[in-house]
Design a protein around this ligand. Structure first.
Ligand SMILES: Cc1cc2nc3c(=O)[nH]c(=O)nc-3n(C[C@H](O)[C@H](O)[C@H](O)COP(=O)(O)OP(=O)(O)OC[C@H]3O[C@@H](n4cnc5c(N)ncnc54)[C@H](O)[C@@H]3O)c2cc1C
Length: 488
């Protein structure tokens, strides 16, 4: 339908650069650049800036997966939390979809929005204050975990749980869960958040915690951005070790490997337990490396190999052991990531598969998924397999199998992005693996690339679905937030 002149005057300007004005037309739901010198109405006054150049839109239409590309019409680089409030109110009024983006390390377009607004959280990266006695630290949602670690370790403190890779934003991981080798003792990152500052889909700035707006707090933690944009988070701190002892223990039997991992997490013998599955000489994924880390003083006693490794059934001739400064241990992936970037492999497609298996069937289910895996379909990626403890995980929207010892199975596939037929085949394989795991009582850890329809999400959230749907209706009544997750 042709637009009338009066509708045209309803263009809302967003930012002015010289004589060019970036405007949003709520009727065509599109942004436009005009050369009108006349100031347009409805312009939120911003401390930061709106960007509509090709480079900004192109970057916002990509992520670590390099599989899905949805182009927004504008990108907000907020200069303040108030900018996020102003723009979400504006988008709410005009029913423009919005996606916050941290480090863009999702793999399936979760932080992208077709024809909407991407809010980059990177400028919201304040950390602290933090001092020697601090029990918590408040950080901006855009702060990276590497920077949070450095700032707190300087005072002998640390968040209790880290993801393997530190260059992820706090807002990005608290929106999904945040799992790592410390999770069996300390819970997920979401279990270590004491308060959040959020902007709801209706544009309200709210502080929420276990005692204040609890429904919102629990809908945002691992809530995949469906109810509010996190702008700040208060994180629990514990004492940091100065050094750690890191072990890699080889196994050649899946059941023995899983049983030893289970034993370690149930006993709490190590501060950190993870594991990898590696191909044998014939290309079958039948080699296993148990990764365990003991924290040294002042958190634990000086590591004692005999005590720490007692009773484990690994091949003793293949043990690798190293002592590391605590931060170097946390940042242990940095050299490999640098090498992957150097080789151009960071820009490959990453159709990742991240599943949570019930411990009671982990050997059979992981075995079935691994039997179908070939080195070619993994590419230069890795397979992670490690246990968690259910009773340390208390965030309702972080869906776990009903089992005291769930296992994370992550097949981190890496494949050339231009070979779309292979990417599509791997996505279908991910779905088939999910179906196998789901039938055995497992769940999807939603950071990877498993094709999911709204009905799958409803089933995924199970008893927590009502909580999420109610909170969505309450806090994002127009449903503008994070369409890239495909939940509503
Ligand atoms: C190399 C690599 C290693 C990883 N290792 C681990 C690991 O060990 N453990 C683990 O648990 N995960 C891991 N992940 C997954 C990672 O935790 C998630 O993909 C996480 O969401 C990425 O954070 P990000 O800042 O890049 O978020 P983005 O990709 O920018 O966003 C992810 C989702 O969160 C939403 N979002 C982002 N910021 C906010 C906010 N402030 N408020 C509300 N919603 C928001 C986005 O809209 C999007 O839907 C890894 C990913 C990569 C690429």
């Amino acid at each position: 339908m042709p637009r009338t002149p009066s509708r045209r005057t309803a263009l809302h300007g967003l930012a002015a650069a010289g004589a060019a004005v970036i405007g949003f037309d709520p009727f065509t739901r599109s942004w436009a650049t005009t050369t009108s010198a006349r100031p347009l109405t409805g312009l939120p006054s911003l401390d930061g800036s709106i960007h509509t150049d090709d480079a900004s839109l192109g970057a916002a239409a990509d992520d670590f997966g390099h599989i899905v590309h949805r182009r927004p019409v504008a990108v907000l680089r907020p200069g303040s939390v108030q900018d996020v409030v102003a723009m979400i109110r504006f988008c709410n009024t005009h029913r423009v979809e919005v996606a916050p983006r941290g480090q863009g390390h999702a793999t399936q377009g979760q932080a992208q929005v077709d024809g909407g607004l991407v809010i980059e959280t990177t400028p919201l990266a304040d950390i602290g204050p933090v001092g020697p006695g601090s029990r918590t630290v408040t950080v901006g949602a855009g702060a990276k975990w590497s920077d949070v670690a450095k700032a707190t370790i300087a005072h002998g403190l640390t968040p209790p749980t880290f993801t393997d890779y530190l260059e992820l934003s706090v807002g990005g991981t608290v929106s999904v869960g945040g799992l790592g080798g410390q999770t069996h003792q300390q819970g997920a990152q979401v279990d270590n958040v004491t308060e959040l500052q959020v902007v709801t889909g209706a544009g309200e700035l709210v502080r929420c915690s276990p005692t204040r707006h609890r429904d919102l707090f629990l809908a945002v933690l691992a809530g995949l951005g469906q109810c509010a944009v996190v702008v700040g988070a208060t994180l629990r701190l514990v004492r940091a070790p100065e050094t750690v002892r890191h072990y890699l223990l080889p196994y050649d039997d899946l059941r023995v490997f899983l049983d030893d991992q289970r034993r370690l997490v149930e006993e709490g013998r190590f501060a950190y337990v993870e594991g990898q599955v590696v191909p044998d000489a014939g290309g079958a994924f039948r080699g296993y490396l148990l990764e365990a880390v003991a924290y040294g003083p002042p958190v634990g006693p000086a590591p004692d190999d005999a005590r720490l490794l007692r009773g484990l059934r690994h091949d003793p001739s293949g043990v690798q052991k190293s002592d590391l400064a605590y931060y170097d241990f946390l940042d242990r992936l940095a050299p490999s990531v640098a090498a992957l970037k150097e080789a151009g492999l960071w820009a490959y497609a990453h159709p990742w598969l991240n599943l949570l298996l019930p411990g009671r069937t982990a050997a059979a289910v992981a075995g079935a998924v691994l039997d179908d895996l070939t080195p070619e379909d993994l590419g230069p990626g890795v397979v992670l397999l490690y246990p968690l403890l259910r009773d340390r995980l208390g965030t309702p929207l972080l869906r776990m199998p009903d089992d005291p010892v769930p296992y994370l199975l992550a097949v981190l596939r890496t494949t050339p992005p231009d070979d779309t037929a292979t990417v599509d085949r791997l996505l279908a394989a991910n779905r088939a693996a999910y179906d196998t795991v789901h039938a055995a009582g497992g769940t999807h850890y939603p950071v990877g690339s498993v094709p999911f329809a709204p009905a799958d999400w409803r089933e995924h959230f199970g008893p927590a679905w009502r909580r999420l749907a109610t909170a969505r209706h309450t806090y994002d009544p127009r449903g503008i937030l994070v369409p890239g997750q495909g939940i509503f």
